[in-house]
Write a protein that binds this ligand. Structure first.
Ligand code: ADP
Ligand code: MG
Length: 284
């Protein structure tokens, strides 16, 4: 390669000028691979560009996950569908194609505590981030608190506009905490602003019939459900808590019956030690 010294120098300058640090770093090793006849020139282009692209993609995804407030990462691959037989795996995989985002639909994930609602909502949100969709993840309580704060500061319109920018808004934990007075009204304004414009994923441990109680206002609850059920996909999970799966026998009867806890199924996966959760589920 010595006879190409000035060309290589020029490539190096171009990579610096184009801000391609990863390709620059990989340049020498790639040139050596050409010299050794391991790859040809065309393949070398490919190697250098792929190195740079991979770095940029992982940086973009990392930044977008932070912007989306996705701090705990969960994946569909890490979801044990065998544990939740009431859940139609293909339906979830179809949602992961993200057409519901383009159609600005609302996905409801309903079920008792510990059945994987937040896990699935997060995993779908991560898929959306990877597909370069803008995402915002929050609990209902945090969204309402941020809307209330914005209202106090005369910034409600701006805050709603901000929360409408994401093409997917995830609202986790509807029904766990009582909504503060006026909170339902604020949430309605957000839902109304996103209606038919932006997709949402909502998770709740309460049925729609209980929303009047959840929001402390049956009129607001009816108006909310009117928007949130119009273009909607409802996924009901009827299972036991994954959190309590190893401790079903220790949980008091009245809690167990409420949460539909069953003793864990006998281990059937080859060679998996009991109590170890596999994060890499097989594809079949
Ligand atoms: P929910 O939001 O319905 O209360 P989570 O999604 O937070 O429940 O699930 C509780 C914990 O159990 C999380 O750590 C989640 O990753 C895990 N989990 C729940 N269901 C499954 C599952 N089927 N496979 C793997 N992990 C699961
Ligand atoms: Mg949850």
């Amino acid at each position: 390669m010595t006879m190409h010294a000035s060309t290589i120098d020029s490539i190096r300058k171009s990579l610096v000028g184009l801000r391609m640090p990863r390709a620059l770093e990989a340049l020498d090793a790639t040139l050596r691979r050409i010299e050794q006849g391991e790859i040809d020139g065309i393949q070398a282009f490919d190697v250098l560009l792929m190195e740079e692209l991979t770095l940029r993609e992982s940086r973009r995804i990392k930044a977008a996950l932070m912007m989306a407030r996705l701090t705990t990462i969960k994946t569909l691959a890490g979801f044990d569908f065998a544990f939740q037989p009431s859940l139609d795996r293909n339906r979830i995989l179809a949602l992961a194609e993200l057409k519901f985002i383009e159609r600005a639909e609302v996905v409801h994930l309903l079920g008792p505590p510990g059945t994987g609602k937040s896990h699935l909502a997060t995993a779908l949100a991560v898929e959306a981030v990877k597909a370069a969709k803008s995402v915002y993840f929050s609990t209902l309580a945090d969204i309402i608190a941020s809307l209330a704060k914005a209202e106090r500061e005369g910034q409600l319109r701006e805050r709603i506009r901000y929360l409408c920018r994401a093409s997917l808004l995830v609202v986790d934990e509807i029904g766990y905490l009582p909504v503060v007075p006026g909170g339902g009204n604020l949430f309605f304004q957000l839902v109304n602003a996103r209606y038919e414009k932006g997709a949402m994923i909502l998770t709740s441990n309460r049925g729609f019939a209980e929303w009047g109680e959840v929001f402390g206002d049956p009129v607001v609850a009816t108006a909310l459900l009117d928007r949130l059920l119009h273009h909607a996909v409802v996924v009901q999970i009827e299972g036991s808590s994954y959190r309590l799966r190893q401790h079903a026998d220790l949980v008091p009867e009245h809690v167990r019956s409420k949460a539909h806890i069953n003793p864990p199924p006998p281990p059937k996966k080859r060679g998996r030690p009991p109590g170890v959760k596999s994060d890499d589920q097989d594809a079949g």
